[in-house]
Design a protein around this ligand. Structure first.
Ligand code: UD1
Length: 417
């Protein structure tokens, strides 16, 4: 298994191009199931999760054109097997995003329950409840959700909590339903907006994406479209947090600064100078960062997917930062690994108190999930000596060539087999 070897202690300098958003590409790829015409996507990141989704869609019967340069064309002229097997769903929870589109397009679906996950329980009850309100019959048998419906009907759905993929699943299903669907307490994440834009290009009638109430007027059929996937705000935030921790001056190209307000505010509080124009962000950091306290929340609040990276930042900052995780109940595994590097972190329930230390010391650590891996990379970049990160397959799921991008910024980082 691949590992990452980092020799820390160097500032980051230069420019880096941001990839397309994983969390936007995955639902948008599933939208291809809603039409028999081709959906042509650009700015698709080259990631393990994207390959897993392509594999799942291929099993369902979607033909994928050549994938190069971030382009991929998906065509679901026929859906031969409306099923998402356990083997794929267990490696990537976002596989559940085929449920809504399959039900809407072919009136039936068989999708494995995602099961437990390292960062918490992550049930899918809201997806099921919403589809049932739209007239679907869904029951669970041998770990699979078996769903069937004639044509889905528009419904008024109040979601008990804010769920990103839940909102996306229901929005896609509603696009082909009969009548109007209103989703209340919908997720406002930029990736939901990006999906809505793609669906609109396919002929869907959607209002309010990006607000807590989304209104979808169902149409009979959707057609093909071209769509460019939005920039990855979590990848962007990861580089910004790394520069704030390690120091230096970096330009990020092809970013979407307007999706990063909460992150940028906190980085400024930590002492970074940040200027954003158009799709570029310039960040400059000198000296030791100041601790920041934060509380994760649904968008536009502080993203749970940035929490681990900020814990690494607080680990070397001056002062004490209090980090509260409100979205996932078990998302502090990186704290134990950061402690191996000398971080001073005390955890109580969903709160971590991080007392910044002058220096972290390189050590062998293990990545436990995607964003935890990113926090270990940041910690390794600022630690004295060598850090060896194991299990970086987590990192490969969601970051495109992270080590090459950091190496191009002057970091001593390499992949070892
Ligand atoms: C998405 C993102 C993930 C991010 C998360 C929160 C994708 C592919 N993944 O995950 O990177 O960390 O949003 O921003 O976009 N919940 C329920 N019942 C449900 C659905 C969710 O109780 O039916 C709970 C979850 O357990 C969790 C919270 O709601 O505690 C938020 O989860 P959700 O927004 O659904 O996360 P994902 O969409 O899986």
């Amino acid at each position: 298994m691949d590992k990452l070897l980092i020799r820390g202690g160097r500032p980051l300098e230069g420019s880096v191009r941001i990839s397309g958003a994983k969390n936007s590409a995955l639902p948008i790829m599933c939208a291809a199931l809603l039409t028999e015409d081709p959906l042509a996507l650009t700015n698709v990141p080259r990631l393990m999760d994207v390959r897993t989704m392509a594999k799942l869609l291929a099993q369902i019967g979607v033909e994928a054109g050549t994938q190069s340069d971030g382009r991929i064309t998906l065509c679901a002229s026929k859906v031969k097997n409306p099923e998402a097997p356990y083997e794929l769903v267990k490696t990537m929870r976002a596989s559940v995003l085929v449920l809504g589109p399959l039900l809407a397009r072919c009136g039936r679906a068989r999708v494995s329950l995602p099961g437990g996950c390292a960062i918490g329980q992550r049930p899918v009850d809201q997806h099921i409840k919403g589809l049932q309100a739209m007239g679907a019959r869904i029951y669970v048998e041998h770990g699979y959700m078996i769903a069937a419906a004639q044509r889905l009907r528009g419904a008024h759905i109040l979601m008990d909590l804010v769920t990103v993929t839940g909102t996306e699943n229901l929005m896609m299903a509603a696009a082909l339903a009969q009548g109007t669907t209103v989703l209340e307490n919908a997720a406002r994440e930029p990736e939901v907006v990006d999906l809505a834009r793609c669906l609109a290009a396919m002929g869907a009638r959607i209002e309010g994406a990006g607000t807590g109430t989304i209104r979808v007027e169902g149409v009979r059929t959707l057609g093909g479209a071209e769509h460019a996937v939005m920039p990855d705000r979590i990848e962007t935030g990861t580089f910004l947090a790394a520069v704030t921790a390690a120091g230096g001056k970096v330009r990020l190209l092809g970013a979407a600064p307007d999706t990063l307000e909460a992150t940028l505010d906190k980085l400024k509080e930590a002492g970074a100078r940040i200027a954003a124009t158009g799709d570029e962000i310039e960040i400059e950091m000198e000296g030791r960062p100041k601790s920041v306290s934060l509380r994760t929340a649904p968008y536009p609040g502080f993203a749970t997917d940035m929490q681990a990276q900020f814990m690494a930042l607080d680990a070397v900052a001056s002062g004490t930062g209090v980090i509260t995780e409100t979205i996932f109940e078990n998302r502090f595994m990186h704290a134990l690994e950061l402690q191996r590097l000398g971080a001073d972190i005390a955890i109580q329930g969903n709160t971590a108190v991080v007392k910044g230390v002058e220096r972290l010391q390189g050590a062998n650590v293990m990545a436990t999930d995607l964003r935890a891996s990113a926090s270990l990379v940041i910690a390794g970049l600022v630690a004295q000596g060598e850090t060896l990160i194991e299990r970086i397959y987590h990192l490969d799921r969601g970051y495109e060539e992270l080590e090459k991008k950091f190496a191009a910024l002057g970091a001593k980082i390499e992949r070892v087999k």
